[in-house]
Write a protein that binds this ligand. Sequence first.
Ligand SMILES: Cc1cc2nc3c(=O)[nH]c(=O)nc-3n(C[C@H](O)[C@H](O)[C@H](O)COP(=O)(O)O)c2cc1C
Length: 217
Amino acid sequence: MDVSKAIASRRSVRNFLDAPVSNEIIGKLLSQACRAPSGGNIQPWRVFILNGSSMTNFLRHIEEHSEPESPEYAIYPPSLKDPYRSSRYKCGEDMYALLDIAREDKVARYAHLDRNFIFFDAPAAIFIYVDRIMGPPQWSDLGMFLQNFMLLAKQEGLDTCAQESWASRPFTVASYINPPPELMLFCGCAIGYGNEEARVNQLVTEREPLENWATFL
Ligand SMILES: Cc1cc2nc3c(=O)[nH]c(=O)nc-3n(C[C@H](O)[C@H](O)[C@H](O)COP(=O)(O)O)c2cc1C
């Protein structure tokens, strides 16, 4: 699969088949993904993998610890302005339309959002952490690593969904993973074989046209 095809075919998948993914494959993808560039080659990503029994035990842990907690970082700016706000809104509305969930049906909307916290039934996942001393440049390096991982997964026939929603449960996640205290959670990423029958997986998000965000000087 060439890079263009991997980029064009990758989507965030939010419903997975009950089919396992081996640690060997995940290890291979991670080893390849770490060829991502990073400023000064400091390679700031720190990764924890859930699969098989560690996934089962983690999901039990999450179920048993539902206390509210504060995110370790602001996932979005406090008052997101346009055009970013509209873009975010449209993506959510398109997803709920596919799922036939009305705007006023808050229960169904929250239930769908809650599926984040079972990794959308994916059999495996990674958590990406970063040292607290790192700043925006190193966080952007994490994005390059994550994108490499998701494209390589696509090439392997696997699907993914990056999940910053886990940043709203940092202490519950940490109490299972037990990471060194200097690390903070950036995001999770569900991994598995996407269920093509699931309506939620039919979502194709839009992109702004080039002239809206690129300026040729
Ligand atoms: C860092 C990052 C975090 C994300 N977090 C979530 C999340 O918590 N839950 C979710 O359903 N999707 C999440 N997404 C997926 C985005 O909603 C998705 O990438 C965007 O809508 C574009 O759709 P596409 O990935 O299908 O192209 C995340 C994506 C990224 C890159």
